[in-house]
Design a protein around this ligand. Sequence first.
Ligand code: EPU
Length: 430
Amino acid sequence: MEKYIINGGKTLSGEVTISGAKNAAVAIIPATILCDEPCRIENIPNISDVALIAKILQNLGAKVTRVNKSTLDIDPRPINTFSAEDDSVRGMRASYYLLGALIGRFHNARVALPGGCNFGVRPIDQHLKGFEALGAQCELVKGAIVEAKSDRRMQGASIYLDTVSVGSTMNLMLAAVKAEGQTIIENAAKEPHIVDLANFLNSMGANIRGAGTDVIKIRGVDYLHGITYSIIPDQIEAGTYMAAVAATRGKILVKNVTPKHLESITAKLKEIGCAVEEYDEAVFVDATVRPLRRCNIKTMPHPGFPTDCQPQFVAMLTTVEGTSFVTENVWDNRYQYVNELLTMGAKISVEGRVAIIDGNTALHGAPVKATDLRGGAALIIAGLVACGTTELSSVHYVERGYEEIVEKLRGLGADIKKQYFPGDETAITA
Ligand code: EPU
């Protein structure tokens, strides 16, 4: 029902402020289930995935109060069920964190299988393997609900993850934080949001060491007290604006970031010819200093180049000199958006995990559809540089993860607006 209308050709300039990290927020909000007192969470991004996980907590019985746009008070004490099976749970990938949090609190959980953006098979076998090692019996009921059962508190265990997985690393931290004894997670993922979740739990009294390395040691505790906690900035939102400014050959100051978390993105921008200056909590990206040229990118778990910035960089690389090769190593099928870019005139061929991108292509505006969150962001970037008007539909995908993207881009000089169709009761034009 809603589209973004983008008139391309404007150069981005000015300042943009990055919101809190989606993938930290969608873990930390369910993590409050484990807390024995109310908590306040600050720097929460105002996005639909956060609204959904907050609603799910409310449906479980938690008292969730919005203090302001970016702050939630959550009192998890009234939660008296370990069953989360309604449709809203199926509506997002991160609802799998309910499993870890409910197991940690009740040593039982019944959670509908998660949905989320669709880019190939998204198994949760490593989550379940870890829960079983901690003492929960896991079963898939009617192919749609994961049930984890135990008649006693989780017992610390050593768990080696067969694949580096963000979700299973965080879920096992949740399930183990109140377990009896010590849990060791080996081959753990190292993303900034894993460190953020550990910091959140440790501030409440947990004993987690090694988050940010590939071995995490968790000594179980009995009680987690209430705190006020501020979520880290979103490295992927920052990377998206950095790709957009390169694509439009502008210069912008990206504020409220942790430059260390952006190193792999910054390195690629420098390689293609941008100047990037780092400050304490900001980065300045200047794409005007020299002509931009091709590069190769391989996505990898952190500290490698993030898969969640792959589509945005592919869109940007259509505008630079030379042929770039991008290899997607994390997800099997994260190139659905490429077909949409082709309708805008991009010259990209995909062979298995590799996208081959011919640069210096003149993109033209077209009606296109967001296929997923980051694919949608890539199409916005393409629309910003294309000649003519791009109409992007299925923008609900984009709004799962980008706070006020239309307003932020307009603040940088982009010609973009959101259009609601007649007949939609909420019709306004922003
Ligand atoms: N995997 C398994 N078994 C498992 C879990 C994962 O084989 O039990 C595989 C996956 O199929 C994938 C790889 O391991 O090939 C990595 O998956 P991971 O578990 O790290 O992904 P995730 O936790 O489901 C999160 C983010 C994704 C992001 C990935 C990788 C959330 C809610 N989602 O997913 O974010 O792409 O980590 O960094 O945190 C996005 O924000 O656009 C997004 C998709």
